[in-house]
Design a protein around this ligand. Sequence first.
Ligand SMILES: Cc1cc2nc3c(=O)[nH]c(=O)nc-3n(C[C@H](O)[C@H](O)[C@H](O)COP(=O)(O)OP(=O)(O)OC[C@H]3O[C@@H](n4cnc5c(N)ncnc54)[C@H](O)[C@@H]3O)c2cc1C
Length: 124
Amino acid sequence: MATTTAATFSSARTASSTLAPVTAVARVTGHANVELADGRHLALDGLFVATRIHMASPLAGQLGCGFDESPAGPFIRRDALMATTVPGVFACGDAARPFGNVALAVGDGALTGVAAHRSLIQGL
Ligand SMILES: Cc1cc2nc3c(=O)[nH]c(=O)nc-3n(C[C@H](O)[C@H](O)[C@H](O)COP(=O)(O)OP(=O)(O)OC[C@H]3O[C@@H](n4cnc5c(N)ncnc54)[C@H](O)[C@@H]3O)c2cc1C
């Protein structure tokens, strides 16, 4: 991390350890030179940014599945047994969660298989 970043982060804290107000980024130029809306310039070694997500396939939308919105983007609405808002349609993994995680996606897959199987057997 650049010295500038560490110094800025450190100075953003007051004596009572509260964070300074968030300042918008006006623009990024060059490698990672950040100009803040308040006029400050930060020459950084690199930046991590949060990206937006979107469905890789239009299938769920075409089937009429409902979606929920997360700060990162939309994901398929489903209940605790992975059933979407369309009867007989199940969704799992990243497409049906507000965030990505391998272990959760694998678990979702197992649960979705069981739920889909149960849905085919009347009375369960
Ligand atoms: C850069 C990065 C780093 C990550 N690091 C971590 C980490 O450290 N730990 C962690 O737990 N998770 C991490 N994740 C998240 C993790 O990769 C996902 O949560 C996980 O892969 C989700 O599995 P999935 O099966 O739901 O979706 P995916 O792994 O995305 O699989 C979906 C598959 O469907 C295929 N597909 C898409 N559209 C169609 C179509 N129309 N027809 C046929 N096939 C289609 C895709 O090609 C893909 O193979 C990371 C993700 C990224 C992007």
